[in-house]
Design a protein around this ligand. Structure first.
Ligand code: ADP
Ligand code: MG
Length: 289
């Protein structure tokens, strides 16, 4: 299975949100990483057929996905960034409703499996209106998986999840990722570092780099530094440097930063992680889970 984006462009009146986005994706978990406003949701909505690109196109195994229409929607699972549910439905009722609309086979069994997968069994009969943000996200993931999609799109799936839920979510993706094309749009590196086969870095609507986490990390190796400091020094350093964070570990406090040149005479090289790749390309620290 091969999903190809060919020179996808999108402009909203005066705003160019995507410029010549081209990539070929095979089965696996693909992280679409970039800060807010990078164009991630625009791209996901185009793929889902909810938005029309200004130019360019998307093909699945050579077939234009716009022309495939319903046949493409049948193999697509989409969790949008903004979730809207019927407040008076329970999780089971919500899933049953969409299963009927989507003509899901053996839906009772499927719904039961999905409720277990996303850990909503205990609350499945409660009204969704009373759910926490995290519970709604989990229900959203279950909904996106209802038709056992070959292509699964998740737009900011961990927004509003607490650290425990994030961990659970990563496990869910690892479990369901096999044999599908999963595209996971996020601005939170820790969500995808351990589960993505490759990362697509999107900046101001352009694909600026891509590769496996290891390949991307190799590119910033040698540019990552730890500077020993007192806690006070470290805090004032951060006021003037956006591209840094504080690490506390045995042996003291360090400012961790990415820089082409040695930033301080006491700085020593540190091992590069995907967070450092993000810092290097976007000049800012990613939100931490
Ligand atoms: P992301 O999901 O990466 O945060 P979006 O795709 O939502 O980014 O937005 C990309 C850019 O397009 C942003 O500058 C945003 O303000 C702009 N944008 C998104 N939707 C619209 C719209 N309906 N009208 C005008 N501009 C929009
Ligand atoms: Mg978005």
């Amino acid at each position: 299975m091969e999903l190809e984006f060919k020179n996808v462009c999108k402009s909203y009146r005066s705003k160019q949100a995507l410029t010549d986005f081209s990539v070929i994706l095979q089965e696996g978990v693909h992280a679409l990483l970039g800060p807010n406003g990078a164009g991630k949701s625009t791209l996901m909505n185009i793929l889902a057929g909810l938005l029309k690109q200004t130019s360019g196109g998307v093909t699945l195994d050579g077939a234009d996905t716009d022309k495939m229409g319903a046949a493409f929607r049948e193999i697509l699972g989409f969790m949008p960034q903004e979730l809207g549910f019927y407040k008076s439905f329970s999780a089971v009722e919500t899933l049953e409703y969409y299963a009927a609309l989507r003509d899901v086979k053996d839906s009772k069994k499927r719904i039961d499996e999905l409720l277990t997968l996303v850990n909503l069994q205990e609350d499945k009969k409660r009204k969704v209106g009373g759910y926490s943000g995290g519970m709604k996200r989990r229900l959203g993931i279950a909904l996106a998986l209802l038709n056992d999609p070959k292509i699964l799109i998740l737009d900011e799936p961990t927004a509003g999840l607490d650290p425990k839920e994030r961990m659970r979510f990563r496990n869910v993706i690892s479990q369901v990722g096999f044999g599908r094309i999963v595209i996971l749009a996020t601005h939170i590196v820790s969500d995808v570092e351990s589960i993505s086969d490759d990362c697509l870095l999107l900046k101001e609507g352009r694909l600026i780099d891509k590769g496996s986490p290891d390949e991307l990390c190799a590119k910033v190796e040698g540019k990552v530094w730890d500077i020993p400091m007192t806690e006070q020094q470290a805090e004032s350093y951060l006021l003037t440097h956006s591209c840094a964070n504080i690490i506390k570990r045995e042996g003291g406090v360090f400012v961790h930063t990415v820089s082409d040149e040695k930033p301080d005479k006491n700085a020593s090289h540190a091992k590069a992680g995907l967070e450092d790749v993000y810092m290097n390309y976007f000049g800012e620290v990613t939100e931490n889970a």
